[in-house]
Design a protein around this ligand. Structure first.
Ligand code: DOR
Ligand code: ZN
Length: 350
């Protein structure tokens, strides 16, 4: 591809890591993911987490309803693992396509994770079952302990939890979600792509930890895993720049109301759905790797999940696009990533 690409046509992407929330927020944010992506893996960490088939079916129906009958977008549901998850429930949900995967939140690692897992050995029967039926385990990979520095939690998780887990369950399909470090990139690359993959967010590709404190504290750049040193950002950018099948798109778009972002105890999460795809394009362009954009956005994910690659295409053109400033939710607002900024790429239909 030449240096001066003006138009890119790719298979319509999927987003393999999305928080849509519920009720009023869901109604306002759904259209942004629906515009750019054909399918999305929906995270189950609602205030009342999605822990059963029945809850998942009801939540999926609320999502479909919020789309005002635009059924072109397909939500792919996940089950939130707790100490009481039963292997039978998972097996039934997976076989009936109610769930595409299950999510492991270490206890206390992020938003709505107080019923997450304290010790991974507590869910051994669940993991045995998932390995047997080929159901992917999606992992928030941080070792949660006040004695571990927040910047080291991902690397420690690989050493203390992920590596032993993979030795015990070598055929368990695992997605290490939103990786942020050089150590994770190396760990993933050195392992079998059929059983281990990773998603990468636009914000971890674009920002480093200095950005969180640029000109003052920036609550809107607080997410988990936290932004890291620049050398880690560079490792992530390199990882996606050669078409490596281990890595695919997972934006971790995570809307929170403004009042909760700027609270004394501000929530972690970056709402990037209005800009995520265009941000990825920017990064691939900067890396001179646009020819690998399609594999990252539209091919590696479905191959890992054993799902068909989408038939539709989208065309991205070199035309400035202003990212929406804010979204109203009742009397509150949600401010998106890159609010009011101009990106160089747009979707052709705009
Ligand atoms: O920053 C984050 N926000 N990281 C997560 O892992 C969860 C998410 C959320 O749900 O708010
Ligand atoms: Zn997430």
């Amino acid at each position: 591809m030449s240096k001066f690409v003006k138009k890119i046509k790719i298979i319509k992407p999927d987003d393999w890591h999305v928080h849509l929330r519920d009720n009023e927020i869901l109604n306002q944010v759904i259209k942004y993911t629906g515009k750019f992506y054909k399918r999305a893996v929906i995270m189950p960490n609602l205030n009342s987490p999605i822990t059963s088939c029945l809850k998942s079916i009801a939540y999926r129906n609320r999502i479909l309803k919020s789309m005002h009958l635009n059924y072109k977008f397909k939500p792919l549901m996940t089950c939130y693992l707790t100490n009481s998850t039963s292997p039978k429930e998972l097996e039934f949900g997976f076989s009936k396509k109610i769930f595409v995967a299950a999510k492991f939140y270490p206890n206390g690692c992020t938003t709505n994770s107080k019923t997450g897992i304290k010790k991974i050995s507590d869910i051994t029967p669940v993991l045995e079952c998932m390995e047997k039926i080929g159901m992917p385990l999606l992992i928030h990979g941080e070792e949660i302990n006040q004695n571990i520095d927040i910047y080291d939690r991902e690397a420690k998780f690989i050493e203390k939890t992920l590596d032993p887990l993979r030795k015990k369950f070598p055929k368990l399909k695992i997605v290490l979600e939103h990786i942020t470090t050089k150590e994770s990139v190396e760990y993933i690359k050195n392992n079998d792509v059929n059983y281990l993959s990773a998603t990468i967010t636009p914000h971890h590709l674009m920002l480093n930890r200095n950005d969180m404190f640029y000109g003052g504290i920036q609550p809107y750049l607080y997410c988990l895993p936290i932004l890291k040193k620049n050398k880690h950002r560079m490792a992530l950018r390199k990882a996606i720049s050669n078409g490596d099948k281990h890595f695919f798109l997972g934006s971790d778009t995570a809307p929170h109301l403004h009042k909760n972002k700027i609270n004394m105890l501000g929530c972690a999460g970056i709402f990037n759905a209005p800009s995520s795809l265009l941000s990825y394009v920017k990064v691939f362009e900067e890396m001179r790797a646009l020819k690998y954009l399609q594999s990252f956005c539209s091919e590696n994910g479905p191959k890992f999940y054993n799902m068909p690659i989408n038939k539709e295409t989208i065309t991205i053109i070199k035309k400035p696009c202003k990212i929406i400033k804010k979204i109203n939710v009742g009397r509150n607002v949600i401010i998106p990533f890159l609010s009011g900024e101009i990106l160089n790429w747009s979707i052709e239909s705009d």
